[in-house]
Design a protein around this ligand. Structure first.
Ligand code: NDP
Length: 444
C-alpha cells in the first residue's frame, strides 16, 4: 500500500465519526501523491504525513452561560492548534450548532495550507463552539463570548495563536471576546483579528475574503483571455463572504443574480441589491424573506436551488458540502466556465471531479478564500507596529497577494504535470513551504 493510502487509512481508523476531517485529509493527501511518491523514503522515515495530520494540540472545554431568563446553558468550546511550523496558529472561530471536533479539525487542517499560500508567516488553527447565536439577545451573546474567552484566553496570544471570525462570529462577537481577553490578561494586544476599527482593527478586513475571491477569479480569467465584466454570477450565502463577493463582482461589471441563507434563496434577475442585503443581514439580522420587500421583482424560494440558475461563474460562499454532483451537472449543462470556493470545502469531491473533467476552471477554497486570513495577517502587522494603514493600502496588498497566489498555484500544478488543476497546485504549493519549515525545525 502506498504511504498516502496508509496514512489515510490510519486517519479514518483513529478519528472515528469525523467525516469532514476524513474528507479534507483525503482531498489534500490525494493531490500530494506526486510529491510524496518522489520523496517517499525520507517522508516515511520522518513520519512526515503522520505529523501533518495530527494536530499539535486540541483543546476542548466547557462554556457555561446564563440566558435572559436566568437559565444556565452549557456549550462545548474547541480550539485546534494544528501546525505552527511557519508562524503562530491562525484561523477563525465558528459558532454554529453543527460544530464538533471533526469539523474544527477539517477546517484547521485546510487552514495550514491556505495560510501557507498567502506567503505570510501564519500557522494553521481553528476553533469554535456548538453555540447558536441565532435568536439570542445582545446580552446573551456577550455572556457566551465572555465565558468562551475566559477559558480560551489561557491558550492564545499575539505571538502564539490569533483567532478570527468565521460563521456566526462577526464584529460583535469579536468585540466581546477581545474585551474579555483584555480584562483577564491585562493586555491590549493583537490577539484576535477582525477587530473594530476603533480598537485596532484593519480597514478592508470586512471586505477581504469576498474581494479577494473576485481578485483571484479575475486574474485566472485574465490569464485565459477572459474577463469578469458582463458575466452572470450565482452566489450562495448571504454572510460576510457572500456580501463582499457580490459587491466586488458588481464593481467589476458582472451581474450577480442569487444569494441564499440557511432557510431559502433569492433570485433577482436585475442583479442583487447589495445595499438591501447589507441592511437585512448586517444591520437588522433578518432572514432573506425580507429581500422581496426591497425588490418586488425578485423571487424568494424556500430550501436550496441557487445552482439551478444559469450562470457563467458560480461562487459557493455559505458552508461545507453545499454543492453536490447533481448541482455540478446542472451548472455544467448551463454553461458555467468557472467555479471558485468562497466558503471552506463547499464543493463535494464528486462535484469537484465533475467540474475538472468538464473543463471548468475550479479554484479551491484554500486558495480562493485566502484573502480573509491574508488580511488578518496584515491586521497583525499593523497591530505590531501600532499603526493603521489606509483602506487603499490594505486593498492593494490584498490584491497583490491574490494575484501572486494564483501564479504560485498555477506554477506548482504545471511543475508536476497537472496544468490547470488548481486543487493539486494549491495543495502542493501550500505543502512545500510547510514541509520545508518542519524539516528545518527537527522532530518537535
Ligand atoms: P457568515 O456567518 O457571515 O455567513 C454564512 C452564510 O452561510 C449565511 O448566509 C448562512 O445563513 C449560510 N449558512 C451557514 N450555515 C449554513 C448551512 N448549514 N446551510 C445553509 N446555509 C448556511 O459566515 P462567513 O460568510 O464568514 O463564512 C462563510 C464561509 O466562508 C464558511 O465556510 C467560512 O468558513 C468561510 N470563510 C470565511 C472567511 C471570513 O473571512 N469570514 C474566510 C475564509 C473562509 P444564515 O444567515 O441563515 O445563518
Amino acid at each position: 500500500m502506498s504511504y498516502v493510502d496508509e496514512v489515510i487509512e490510519r486517519v479514518v481508523k483513529e478519528n472515528p465519526n469525523e467525516p469532514e476531517f476524513h474528507q479534507a485529509v483525503k482531498e489534500v493527501l490525494d493531490s500530494l501523491r506526486p510529491v510524496v511518491d518522489a520523496n517517499e523514503k525520507a517522508f516515511r522515515r520522518d513520519a512526515l504525513l503522520e505529523r501533518l495530520v495530527n494536530p499539535e494540540r486540541q483543546i476542548k472545554f466547557r462554556v457555561p452561560w446564563i440566558d435572559d431568563n436566568g437559565q444556565v446553558h452549557v456549550n462545548t468550546g474547541y480550539r485546534v492548534q494544528f501546525n505552527s511550523a511557519i508562524g503562530p496558529y491562525k484561523g477563525g472561530l465558528r459558532l454554529h450548532p453543527s460544530v464538533n471536533l471533526g469539523i474544527i479539525k477539517f477546517l484547521g487542517f485546510e487552514q495550514i495550507f491556505k495560510n501557507s499560500l498567502t506567503g505570510l508567516p501564519i500557522g494553521g488553527g481553528k476553533g469554535g463552539s456548538d453555540f447558536d447565536p441565532k435568536g439570542k439577545s445582545d446580552r446573551e451573546i456577550m455572556a457566551f463570548c465572555q465565558s468562551f474567552m475566559s477559558e480560551l484566553c489561557k491558550y492564545i496570544g499575539a505571538d502564539t495563536d490569533v483567532p478570527a471570525g468565521d460563521i456566526g462570529t462577526g464584529a460583535r462577537e469579536i468585540g466581546y471576546m477581545f474585551g474579555q481577553y483584555k480584562k483577564l490578561r491585562g493586555l491590549f494586544e493583537g490577539v484576535l483579528t477582525g477587530k473594530g476599527l476603533s480598537y485596532s482593527g484593519s480597514l478592508a478586513r470586512t471586505e477581504a475574503t469576498g474581494y479577494g475571491l473576485l481578485y483571484i477569479v479575475e486574474e485566472m480569467l485574465k490569464c485565459h483571455g477572459k474577463t469578469i465584466e458582463g458575466k452572470t454570477i450565482t452566489v450562495s450565502g448571504s454572510g460576510n463572504v457572500a456580501i463582499y463577493a457580490i459587491e466586488k463582482a458588481q464593481q467589476l461589471g458582472a451581474k450577480v443574480v442569487t444569494c441564499s441563507d440557511s432557510t431559502g434563496w433569492v433570485y433577482d434577475p436585475d442583479g442583487i441589491d447589495v445595499a438591501a442585503l447589507k441592511e437585512i443581514k448586517e444591520m437588522k439580522r433578518q432572514r432573506l424573506t425580507e429581500y422581496k420587500n426591497y425588490r418586488p421583482n425578485a423571487e424568494y424560494h424556500e430550501g436550496k436551488g441557487v445552482w439551478n440558475i444559469k450562470s457563467d461563474i458560480a461562487l459557493p460562499c455559505a458552508t461545507q458540502n453545499e454543492l453536490g454532483l447533481e448541482d455540478a451537472k446542472t451548472l455544467v449543462a448551463n454553461g458555467v466556465i468557472a467555479v471558485a470556493e468562497g466558503a471552506n470545502m463547499p464543493t463535494t469531491a464528486e462535484a469537484t471531479d465533475y467540474f475538472q473533467a468538464n473543463g471548468v476552471f475550479f479554484l479551491p477554497g484554500k486558495a480562493a478564500n485566502a484573502g480573509g486570513v491574508a488580511t488578518s495577517a496584515l491586521e497583525m502587522s499593523q497591530n505590531s507596529e501600532r499603526l493603521q494603514w489606509s483602506f487603499k493600502k490594505v486593498d492593494a496588498k490584498l490584491k497583490g497577494i491574490m494575484v501572486d497566489l494564483y501564479h504560485n498555484i498555477d506554477e506548482a500544478a504545471k511543475r508536476y504535470g497537472f496544468e490547470g488543476n488548481f486543487v493539486v497546485g494549491a495543495n502542493i504549493a501550500g505543502f512545500e513551504k510547510v514541509v520545508d519549515a518542519m524539516n528545518a525545525q527537527g522532530i518537535v
